[in-house]
Design a protein around this ligand. Sequence first.
Ligand code: EPU
Length: 336
Amino acid sequence: MTIQQNFPLLPYNTFGLDVKAEYFAEVGSIADLKAGLRSNIRPVFLLGGGSNVLFTQDVRGLVLQNKLRGIRVVREFKKKVWVAVGGGEVWHEFVLWAVSQGYGGVENMSLIPGTVGASPIQNIGAYGVELKDVFVKLQALHLTNLELKTFNHSDCEFGYRDSVFKRAEKGKWCITSVVFSLTKSPHKLNTSYGDISKTLEANGVENPSIADISQAVIQIRTSKLPDPAKIGNCGSFFKNPETERAVLDNILVTHPQAPHYPLPDGRVKIPAGWLIEQCGWKGKRVGNTGCYERQALVLVNHGGATGEEVKNLAQAIIESVEEKFGVRLEAEVNMV
Ligand code: EPU
């Protein structure tokens, strides 16, 4: 493992921001990781696929990129398997592997950018399935005492795009591997999400396999979300806000068509993309940054944008949504 100085992070963040790390190293093993941490360069910032981070300035200290690889079946049951996956594996490559083996559970989360090690941190999810639905446990290395610890499901305190790693344990761990429980058969197919059933129908699929669902999700995502290789972005920039029912009722007076989803506790979730579009931001360009034309929840870099510019746009969007609807949006992306 070599620690490099004054290292350009441009290829390491999907927003395409041109910032530098004071020190940078790739870690391919737990021994590498420990060696990096023993360098005593602080602070330490753990980077995965760089798909959920907005760098607003050069990064001080040591950036470690998790490159811990490996996918293996660790337990086999009659109807399911447990698969342990290295934290540095690319999430979508793991999904494709699972689908090719006939293991079900992650196909709805096809094409989510980022790494396996980052997936529990914000409990990634798409099309009716969340990481917590297939999660068994994870192993993580503490960044200061260098001890390995196992976090079981309940230890992670998963919520909507949330876990203990975004709260009490934030910035303290490197997730080295994650164990998932995947089905061999029967699979629990999840096609109820509107766009999936529509796409399967359009593809002429009547009895979908997990591969058909993965394919449909890939089609939907590529049609709605910008490809970071072509236009810098971090997927959804904001979380969908969860509000009191009364807030929605107020909105429904002026916007009877407002989409919303009831939550078990009586509150409601309102799609942030809709709120942002209603405020006139969809497709709008501000300097080198802007709001994506096909999904208002996604902020993009049209080329040469700075993190500061994106942050300012996000702030302007938050303020206008709050003023119009009385709902305060929260960023999903991690600002550094
Ligand atoms: N909508 C608009 N205008 C827009 C975008 C959306 O009116 O510009 C409306 C849609 O018409 C629909 C509703 O908002 O009624 C929901 O839209 P969509 O199905 O596209 O999903 P989303 O709520 O905007 C969430 C996730 C995505 C995930 C999709 C599909 C969050 C923050 N985002 O988006 O996740 O792919 O559902 O499950 O929960 C990500 O986290 O990076 C991400 C892409």
